[in-house]
Design a protein around this ligand. Structure first.
Ligand code: KG4
Ligand code: ZN
Length: 356
C-alpha cells in the first residue's frame, strides 16, 4: 500500500511517499526565513507560499521515492488543527489529486501525526511496530502542549493541555523579550548551552499542581519583569547566556517534572516526546538522564520528524489503514468520497481501546 501525504497546517509545506509503513521520501519547504522578518507566522504569506510550493514539493517527494503519482493507492492530508487558509491549500490540493486519480482520500489530525512520530525509526525510517508499548506522550510545539496516554496504536486519551501559552510559544515570546530573532526556541537552546540555568530565579508554573495541565504565560511575564528590573541583564554574552539558560531550565523543569510524575502515576514504562520543542538539546539530555534514573524508556522523535513534516502524516495514514475500525461502509464507489472541509480547531478526541 503506497500513499502520498501532504502537510500544510502552519509554515511548512511538505509531501511524503509512504509504502507499507516505510517512509520512502519526505520533502519539506520551510518558510521560517520568510516569517522571521515579521517576528511570527503571517497567515496570508504562509498560504501564498504553500500554493507556490505544493506542486514542486510533491513532485520532489515522488521523484525521490522513484514512483509516479499514478502508482499511489491513497492520498492523505492534514485536516486540522492549524491556520485555516494554510490547511485549505494543502488539503484541497490533496483532495483534488485523489479525486482525479480515483483513489481514496483521508484528512488526518495533525497532533495524532505528531503522537506517533517518536515511533518512526531505522533507515529507511519506518513505524516501529515491534517496539510499540503503552506509553505517555508529550507533544510540545509552537501552538500546543499536550499530555496524552496511548494504550495501543490509534487508541489514546488526552490527560492535559496548556491553559494559555504553549511551551514553544514561551520559548518564542521570551526570546522576543530578550531581543533575539524568530523562532526563538532554537536560539535560546544554542545560547543556553553556555549559561547558568540557576542564575535567574523564575517560576515553574503549575509544576506542583496535581493535574496534568500546563501554563506558561506567567513564566513569560516573569521574564519581562526581570528584564525591566535588571536593565543591562542581557548586555554581556554571559548575562545573555544566563537568562536564556534560566528560561530554558524553568520550561524543562515543568515539562520533565510533569511528564515523569504522570508516567509513574499511570504506571507506564515508556514516555515519548514530539513537536518542535522536542528538538531542544537540553530537553533531550534531561529526559534521557531522568528516564534512565527512573527506569522509564524515553523515545523522542528524531529532530527531522519533530518539526512539521508529511512523513509523520503518511505514517499515521498507513496506521489508519491497518488499525482503524471503519467508521462507515462506503460501499462500492467508482470515485471514492473526497468531501469534507478543513477543521482548523479540531481537538484530539479520545479513542479508547476496544473493551476499555
Ligand atoms: O512543531 P512545530 O514545528 O510547529 C508547530 O506545530 O507549532 O514547533 C515550532 C516550535 C517553535 O515554537 C520553536 O521555537 C520550537 O518549536 N523549537 C524549539 C527548538 N526548535 C524548535 N524550541 C526549543 N528548542 C529548540 N531547539
Ligand atoms: Zn506541528
Amino acid at each position: 500500500m503506497r500513499l502520498l501525504a501532504i502537510e500544510s497546517s502552519c509554515d511548512e509545506t511538505s509531501a511524503s511517499v509512504v509504502e507499507d509503513g516505510v517512509i520512502r521520501s519526505t520533502v519539506v519547504a520551510s518558510q521560517t526565513r520568510l516569517h522571521s522578518e515579521y517576528g511570527g507566522v503571517v497567515p496570508e504569506l504562509a498560504t501564498r507560499e504553500h500554493l507556490r510550493n505544493l506542486i514542486p514539493v510533491t513532485r520532489a517527494a515522488l521523484d525521490q521515492a522513484g514512483v509516479s503519482v499514478l502508482e499511489m493507492d491513497r492520498v492523505v492530508a492534514t485536516r486540522g488543527p492549524g491556520l485555516p487558509a494554510a490547511l485549505m491549500a494543502g488539503y484541497r490540493a490533496a483532495q483534488a489529486l485523489a479525486w482525479s486519480l480515483g483513489r481514496p482520500f483521508e484528512g488526518l489530525h495533525h497532533h495524532e501525526a505528531h503522537l506517533y512520530s517518536p515511533w518512526i525509526a531505522g533507515d529507511p525510517p519506518a513505524f516501529d511496530s515491534a517496539g510499540f508499548q503503552p506509553h505517555l506522550s508529550l507533544i510540545v510545539s509552537g501552538g500546543h502542549t499536550l499530555l496524552v496516554r496511548v494504550q495501543a496504536p490509534l487508541r489514546h486519551r488526552v490527560l492535559g493541555g496548556t491553559l494559555d501559552d504553549a511551551a514553544g510559544e514561551c520559548f518564542d515570546k521570551s526570546a522576543k523579550l530578550i531581543g533575539l530573532g524568530y523562532p526563538g526556541g532554537p536560539l535560546i537552546d544554542r545560547l543556553a548551552a553556555h549559561g547558568n540555568g540557576r542564575a535567574v530565579r523564575l517560576p515553574r508554573p503549575m509544576m506542583d499542581d496535581p493535574g496534568d495541565d500546563f501554563s506558561f504565560s506567567g513564566l513569560k511575564t516573569a521574564v519581562r519583569y526581570h528584564l525591566r528590573d535588571h536593565p543591562g541583564a542581557v548586555d554581556t554574552d554571559q548575562g545573555l547566556a544566563d537568562v536564556c539558560a534560566s528560561v530554558q531550565e524553568a520550561i524543562l523543569d515543568v515539562l520533565a517534572g510533569k511528564l515523569f510524575r504522570a508516567a509513574r502515576r499511570e504506571g507506564v514504562k515508556c514516555v515519548t516526546v514530539s513537536g518542535g520543542v522536542a528538538c531542544n538539546t537540553g530537553l533531550r539530555r534531561r529526559l534521557a538522564a531522568e528516564g534512565a534514573r527512573l527506569r522509564i524508556q524515553v523515545r523522542i522523535a528524531s529532530p527531522s520528524y519533530c518539526t512539521d513534516n508529511a512523513g509523520m502524516v503518511g505514517v499515521l495514514g498507513w496506521l489508519r489503514t491497518r488499525h482503524a475500525e471503519p467508521t462507515m461502509d462506503a460501499g462500492p464507489t467508482l470515485i471514492p468520497p473526497v468531501e469534507g472541509d478543513v477543521l482548523p480547531g479540531w481537538e484530539l478526541d479520545p479513542v479508547p481501546a476496544s473493551g476499555s
